[in-house]
Design a protein around this ligand. Structure first.
Ligand code: FES
Length: 149
């Protein structure tokens, strides 16, 4: 009886292991490339936070174009917020703050906020790619980090 029970346990355990193989422990992350509507959906001279919760980006509409700002502080990565009355991005963790361009105005953040690549699909919708970013003045104001409209 003990032998049959051991053999049965071994067989059941083997099948369970094989069955587990078909359900791998994979972490599914949001795609880095996504659409955020059309240029006319954004009001000129505003910072739009409608994609903040889902994609962690702000869309900034200027008279000559749009850019996408990553909502991660460049100090230790906390989520920043936009304070329209002060015209600043602020980090709640250690007090860094940034202007609308993403440049550091104060606090421990070592570099400007990162902008994500932004382009326009053939159907006219805006596409953001957070896998490609820049925080360097001179580079961030050009394609692909600025969508001229
Ligand atoms: Fe933003 Fe430290 S993480 S100031």
């Amino acid at each position: 009886t003990l032998g049959w029970t051991s053999l049965g346990g071994w067989v059941v355990g083997g099948f369970a292991g094989v069955g587990r193989f078909f359900f791998p422990r994979v972490r599914y992350e949001a795609p880095t490339s996504f659409k955020v509507g059309r240029p006319e959906d954004y009001v000129v001279n505003t910072v739009d936070s409608r994609w903040l919760k889902e994609q962690s980006v702000f869309i900034i509409r200027k008279p000559d174009g749009l850019y996408a700002m990553r909502a991660a502080c460049t100090h230790l990565g906390c989520s920043i917020g936009w304070f329209a009355q002060e015209g600043k991005f602020k980090c709640p963790c250690h007090g860094s703050f940034f202007d609308i361009q993403g440049d550091v105005l104060g606090g421990p953040a070592p570099e400007p906020l990162h902008r994500a690549a932004i382009s326009q699909d053939l159907d006219g919708s805006i596409r953001i790619d957070t896998a490609q970013t820049s925080h360097k003045p001179g580079e961030r104001e050009k394609t692909p980090f600025l969508l001229e409209v």
